[in-house]
Design a protein around this ligand. Structure first.
Ligand SMILES: C[S@@+](CC[C@H](N)C(=O)[O-])C[C@H]1O[C@@H](n2cnc3c(N)ncnc32)[C@H](O)[C@@H]1O
Length: 225
């Protein structure tokens, strides 16, 4: 009897809070995933989110993945290695700074702001020559205005049925990241008001209960004929 009451109390009062507590501890322990590596190269990602990216890439089978925010190159290399295993796919990655010495035949590194007209035009040209699904991940400057501009520039490149990942909405949800607000979430909500072409794939963000990208997985709907 006592055990059943204890279990009910746990389910009602404690269980809903456990993921948030664990998430906080994990961020502290890992220095916000600041020391994660892929084959020795720094990749600044929550590993659970990185796994969801891997699953999405396997599902969508992109011909092209566009990444804003290269940083030390580990995420671009991770995607390129997945494409090596899959036997197809290329990566375009953009950063204002060059912080790595990585080269890989599947990766095009672009230097400049992700929202500069020249960079956007170059990525559009690469996308136009691509046959097959295109995935976009936005992981550069996470301030609302910048993400809004990236969404305007890069969302049209995402092919129907494929995904646009807006990273780090956690800035708007966890108090510890409040200094970075307003962050990506407002840009996501504004974007969704301007288009009926995309919908949030909630399950993809919530797959492992904790994620840096709440409401971040935007799926481009497939037009009904
Ligand atoms: C969070 S890091 C990217 C992490 C990387 N994708 C990874 O998973 O390892 C953000 C990067 O965005 C870059 N950045 C900031 N503003 C930018 C802009 N306007 N255009 C392109 N990159 C920018 C920074 O230089 C930084 O390297």
């Amino acid at each position: 009897m006592h055990a059943r009451i204890a279990q009910r109390l746990y389910r009602r009062f404690l269980q809903p809070r456990v993921p948030a507590w664990f998430f906080g501890d994990l961020i502290d322990k890992t220095d916000n995933f600041g020391h994660v590596t892929w084959l020795g190269r720094p990749v600044w990602q929550n590993v659970l989110d990185l796994w969801v990216m891997q699953e999405t890439i396997a599902e969508i089978q992109p011909a092209l993945l566009v990444e804003t925010g290269t940083n030390r190159g580990g995420s671009a290399l991770f995607f390129a290695h997945l494409f090596d295993l899959m036997g197809h796919g290329n990566v375009v990655t953009i950063d204002v700074e060059k912080l790595h010495d990585i080269t890989h035949p599947r990766i095009t590194f672009l230097s400049g702001s992700s929202i500069s007209p020249a960079i956007v035009e170059t990525v559009r040209e690469i996308a136009a020559k691509t046959t097959g699904p295109i995935v976009v991940t936005l992981d550069s400057d996470h301030r609302t205005d910048h993400v809004r501009a990236e969404l305007a520039a890069y969302a049209p490149l995402v092919t129907p049925g494929s995904y646009l990942l807006v990273q780090d909405g956690v800035i708007d949800t966890l108090p510890r990241f409040a200094d970075g607000r307003p962050g990506p979430l407002a840009a996501i909500e504004d974007f969704l008001k301007t288009t009926a072409d995309f919908e949030v794939d909630e399950e993809r963000s919530r797959k492992f209960l904790i994620s840096h990208h709440p409401r971040g997985w935007l799926r481009r709907k497939v037009a009904r004929s």
